[in-house]
Write a protein that binds this ligand. Sequence first.
Ligand SMILES: Nc1ncnc2c1ncn2[C@@H]1O[C@H](COP(=O)(O)OP(=O)(O)O)[C@@H](O)[C@H]1O
Ligand SMILES: [Mg+2]
Length: 202
Amino acid sequence: MPEVGSPILELQGITKSFGGVEALRGVDFALHAGEIHGLVGENGAGKSTLMKIIAGVHTDFSGRFLIDGAETHFRSARDAHAAGIAMVHQELSVAPDLTVAENVFLGNQPTNALGLVQWRRMAREAGEQLARFGIDVDPMSRLGDLPIGLQQLIEIARVLFSGARIVILDEPTSALSPPEVERLFATLRRLREEGAAIVFIS
Ligand SMILES: Nc1ncnc2c1ncn2[C@@H]1O[C@H](COP(=O)(O)OP(=O)(O)O)[C@@H](O)[C@H]1O
Ligand SMILES: [Mg+2]
């Protein structure tokens, strides 16, 4: 990958322990805009832990964390979101009892001036987003009724189209068929062309 300019995200000397277990020791990591950064390593190497630090899930660690060259310390995943960072977790984290549309807009539902959820708009926009990703599904169907691969794709689509400039995917292809994986890769390349930086753990 070309590395032009300074990194948008940089971690220096990151150490993280869980109780007595050291998951990361002195790890350095840099990410540039327009880059798809692959992260490979054996089980338990600390890949998910490192990415959860970036996504504001783990806030208790030592080392330096810089965004656009400025030192930062997220206190929550909400802080990471506000900084334009979104993550697809290794464990599927959808809400099976909610509709497809509600899942696409989880925590981010369009409301009118009175604060009421705009259901029709939400369904239409969710359908459009999923269609962009090649997913043809009724936005009002219950997510938990769909095949697991489709649920995973919908979760990925939600994160990819959340407008984040740094997108982290933690082993996202486990439940996907080969054509679905190909569709995911094509979408990642498109996002990269739009200037996003992507971390892909496999
Ligand atoms: N929430 C946690 N509590 C305790 N130990 C954890 C937790 N998350 C990860 N670990 C430990 O940290 C190490 C790294 O795990 P992880 O980051 O999940 O590795 P990877 O994603 O590379 O497989 C492992 O030894 C794992 O057991
Ligand atoms: Mg992992």
